[in-house]
Design a protein around this ligand. Structure first.
Ligand code: ATP
Length: 241
């Protein structure tokens, strides 16, 4: 069953049209990778899914139609967006950042005990955050900040997790560890994930399916294996052949 069905999605900034009719669907609990060159519209696609840019078309998550809804409404429907650059609140502590992630949950589900239990769950995925709870987010390393951003997104208990370039600026070892954790989260929580990533190897390593976006259009779609085997993709994004 598809969790996310996007049909003929258009989006842009003012007069600048960036997405020209994107359609894709992602199965419940699956990971979908979005690949493509700089400026293709990958970030804009994630922004369109979380309501941060004006859109035309339909975005269905389960039974809900999210197109044209506010970011706040979309978050309350269970869509958590970890933007490029992470969007953590640097002067706040790690714990404050994590608790903020629970803010858009319905009040009844924001009960202290429930939030505390979720914090524990997130410490399980990211033990390093537990040792840094009282530190300002700004004092964390890049990898830890990315973990914090994902941890904060999980506090929403998302049905759909949108990850924009999680590897940006991180050392290869840290990036591999981060993708391992994302895979664990996806397996344990059955959260549907859409990940935009320059590192196609890593993204295809955790994805069931992938799409290549160029100048605002999907030019290639398939299973991760099919996309990996594509000659053009191999040349452009995987650095071989
Ligand atoms: P990158 O990997 O470089 O982030 P991308 O595939 O994520 O690329 P987008 O960031 O979605 O691409 O950008 C797509 C197009 O939209 C680009 O031409 C970019 O200049 C333009 N664009 C992005 N953000 C804005 C904005 N806030 N206002 C106007 N144009 C924008």
């Amino acid at each position: 069953m598809s969790a996310l069905v996007v049909t003929d999605l258009h989006a842009g900034y003012g007069d600048a049209r960036v997405l020209h009719g994107v359609s894709l669907s992602v199965g419940e609990g699956e990971v979908c990778a979005i690949l493509g060159p700089n400026g293709a519209g990958k970030t804009t696609l994630l922004r369109a899914l979380s309501g941060m840019v004006r859109t035309r078309g339909t975005v269905r998550l389960g039974d809900a139609d999210l197109a044209g809804r506010s970011p706040d409404t979309i978050a309350r429907q269970g869509v958590a967006h970890v933007p490029e650059g992470r969007g953590t609140f640097m002067p706040l502590t790690v714990e404050e950042n994590l608790r903020l992630g629970a803010y858009v949950r319905p009040a009844s589900r924001r009960a202290r005990a429930e939030v505390d239990a979720d914090l524990e769950r997130i410490h399980g995925y990211f033990p390093v955050l537990k040792t840094r709870l009282r530190q300002a987010a700004g004092s964390l390393s890049g990898g830890e900040q990315q973990m914090l951003a994902i941890g904060r997104a999980l506090m929403l208990r998302p049905r759909l997790l949108l990850l924009d370039e999680p590897s940006l600026g991180l050392a290869p070892l840290v990036t591999r560890e981060l993708f391992r954790i994302v895979r664990t989260i996806n397996e344990q929580e059955r959260t549907t994930v859409v990940v935009v990533e320059q590192n196609a190897h890593l993204a295809l390593g955790i994805a069931q399916q992938a799409h290549v976006l160029e100048t605002g259009r999907i030019v290639l779609s398939g299973t991760a294996e099919q996309i990996r085997a594509d000659e053009q993709v191999a040349q452009s994004y995987l650095g071989y052949r």
